[in-house]
Design a protein around this ligand. Structure first.
Ligand code: DGL
Length: 258
C-alpha cells in the first residue's frame, strides 16, 4: 500500500457515513471506500463473536481493495473487534471510533451525561474502561436504543414513529434531564435534530466523528501516508445488501445536512 491508496471506512450499515463526512471534510484529497454491511445490520444486539467475524470479513474485503488504512466507523464493531483486528493486522493503521464521553464530561463537570449507544457497545470492556476513567467527574447514564439504527437504514430521519420511539426511551429518565448527550452510535447523528428537540434544544450533543477523522489524519501523517495529490478525492460506495437502493440512500445521507 502507498500514500495514494484509498482509505477503507466501514460500518454495520449507513451510520458510518456520519464519520465519512468528517473525513472527507478534513482530508479532501484522500480517496475513500465506504463499506456498509447493511445486509447484516444491525450489529448492536449481536454477540461479541458474531460482531467480530462480521467486522473481520468487511476489513478483509477492504484489504483486498488495497486500502492503506481502515476506519471502523461503528462504535459497536470498534468495541467488539477493534483490539483483535489490530492484533491480526499489526502493520495496518486501524482507527476505531469510540463514544465521545471525554468531551461531554469535560464540558458538563458535575453534571449529568446521557450516553446513547447500542447494547453491545455499552456492555463491552472498552466502554467500561472509558466509563471508569470519567465516572467521578459527572453522573453518567447509559441508555441502549435497540431499533434506532433501523430507522436510519430506511432513511427515516424524522417521523411520528421515530419521535414516539425516542420519547418512549427518554421517558425512563423521569426528572433526571441530562446536561449533555453522547451519540455513541454512528447512526444516531442522522437523528440529532430530533433528539435535540425532544430535550427542548437545551442539551449539548457530542459524537466521535470529528475526533476519529483527526485521529486518522494523525496516523496517516505519522506514517507518511497522507495522499500528496492536490486533486479532489473520490468516494467508492460498497454495500453488502442486494438492494441497489442502499447505495442511493448512502449518497443521500452523505449530502444531507445533519
Ligand atoms: N453504527 C453502529 C455503531 O456505531 C451501530 C448500529 C448497529 O446496531 O448496527 O455502533
Amino acid at each position: 500500500m502507498t500514500a495514494d491508496s484509498p482509505i477503507g471506512i466501514m460500518d454495520s450499515g449507513m451510520g458510518g457515513i456520519s464519520v465519512l463526512r468528517e473525513i472527507t471534510a478534513l482530508l479532501p484529497h484522500e480517496n475513500c471506500i465506504f463499506y456498509g454491511d447493511s445486509k447484516n445490520a444491525p450489529y448492536g444486539s449481536r454477540s461479541t463473536e458474531e460482531i467480530y467475524h462480521l467486522t473481520a470479513n468487511v476489513v478483509d474485503n477492504l484489504l483486498e481493495q488495497g486500502v492503506k488504512a481502515v476506519v471502523i466507523a461503528c462504535n459497536t464493531a470498534s468495541s467488539a473487534a477493534g483490539k483483535r483486528l489490530r492484533e491480526k493486522y499489526p502493520q495496518l493503521p486501524i482507527i476505531a471510533i469510540e463514544p465521545a464521553l471525554k468531551p461531554a464530561v469535560i464540558n458538563c463537570p458535575g453534571g449529568r451525561v446521557l450516553v446513547l449507544a447500542t447494547e453491545a457497545t455499552l456492555r463491552e470492556r472498552k466502554f467500561a474502561n472509558l466509563m471508569e476513567e470519567w465516572k467521578d467527574r459527572a453522573e453518567i447514564i447509559k441508555m441502549p436504543l435497540p431499533g434506532l439504527p433501523e430507522f436510519v437504514e430506511r432513511g427515516e430521519l424524522d417521523s411520528p414513529a421515530l419521535r414516539e420511539f425516542l420519547l418512549g426511551h427518554f421517558k425512563s429518565l423521569g426528572e433526571k434531564k441530562p446536561d449533555g448527550v453522547v451519540l455513541g452510535c454512528t447512526h444516531y447523528p442522522f437523528v440529532r435534530r430530533v433528539i435535540s428537540e425532544l430535550f427542548d434544544n437545551k442539551v449539548k450533543i457530542y459524537d466521535g466523528a470529528a475526533g476519529t477523522a483527526r485521529q486518522l489524519r494523525r496516523r496517516l501523517y505519522s506514517r507518511n501516508l497522507l495522499n500528496p495529490t492536490t486533486e479532489k478525492g473520490t468516494i467508492t460506495w460498497l454495500n453488502s445488501s442486494d438492494d441497489a437502493q442502499m447505495i442511493e440512500l448512502s449518497k443521500k445521507l452523505y449530502e444531507i445536512e445533519i
